[in-house]
Ligand binder design. Structure first.
Ligand SMILES: C[S@@+](CC[C@H](N)C(=O)[O-])C[C@H]1O[C@@H](n2cnc3c(N)ncnc32)[C@H](O)[C@@H]1O
Length: 217
């Protein structure tokens, strides 16, 4: 484990379960805490991001949107496959600044919207696949975001969520209210999606996650 990761873990350990730290994991606002979030996310989410993108079975022609790009771990994998622009929604200015510094592939377009309303950027029924890894916990009210997913997806379009419910179970509930798999699935079904889920174990604590797939009929 490298030195940066040890420091980030110590800061996180000290502040974990606080509203401040959960807020910071949702969308960092200050440079120092953004560094902690980025370091922890790079360590925890790299393997999961690659695995989920494989499970999306992307086609070159797919129009793909990722919500909550973070460090860009998944969107870089998507951009290798997609022949179209890949849209990333990233509400945190700190994360966007970092993504700019990373010199991402040219077919990645990062938008600063809150994903609750993408109507100024994304037309109805224009997206084939949506991905959100470690994001759904924070969206409130969740139904409004799910309705927006339905608006932007094409008929037959599919959304994918990667969730680490065990890791976030002690997050501040005000900031991360969506921590229950069944409740999330019920919200997705309630809006008319056909939903399935699967627990994926890639062998380490950091790489165990729940994969939720929802399809617009
Ligand atoms: C816990 S991080 C996960 C980052 C990345 N997907 C990963 O797994 O490493 C949550 C991400 O979602 C973004 N986010 C949270 N709420 C959002 C919203 N309402 N609209 C757009 N982005 C949002 C945050 O800024 C952050 O990048």
């Amino acid at each position: 484990m490298n030195f940066k990761l040890i420091i980030a873990r110590q800061i996180h350990k000290f502040l974990q379960h606080t509203e401040l730290m959960t807020e910071n994991m949702r969308s960092p606002r200050t440079i120092g805490l953004a560094w902690v979030a980025r370091t922890l996310m790079n360590y925890s989410n790299a393997q999961v991001s690659i695995d989920i993108v494989n499970r999306m079975k992307l086609k070159k022609t797919d129009h793909v949107l990722e919500l909550g790009v973070g460090n860009g771990l998944a969107i870089k994998e998507i951009a290798k496959i997609s022949g179209n622009n890949v849209i990333g929604i990233e509400i945190s200015a700190e994360f966007r600044r970092n993504l700019l510094r990373m010199k991402l592939p040219k077919n990645i377009v990062i938008l600063e919207n809150d994903a609750r309303d993408l109507s100024n950027e994304i037309p109805d029924g224009s997206i084939d696949k949506i991905l959100a890894i470690n994001v759904i916990y924070f969206l409130k009210p969740i139904r409004e975001y799910i309705v927006e997913f339905k608006r932007i997806l094409k008929k037959g379009g599919i959304g994918y969520l990667g969730c680490k419910f065990e890791s976030i179970k002690n997050f501040d509930i005000e900031v991360a209210p969506n921590r229950d798999e069944r409740a999330i699935i019920s919200q997705l079904s309630g809006v008319g999606f056909s939903v399935s889920s699967e627990f994926v174990d890639l062998g380490e604590d950091r790489s165990r996650y729940t994969f939720i797939r929802f399809e617009k009929k």
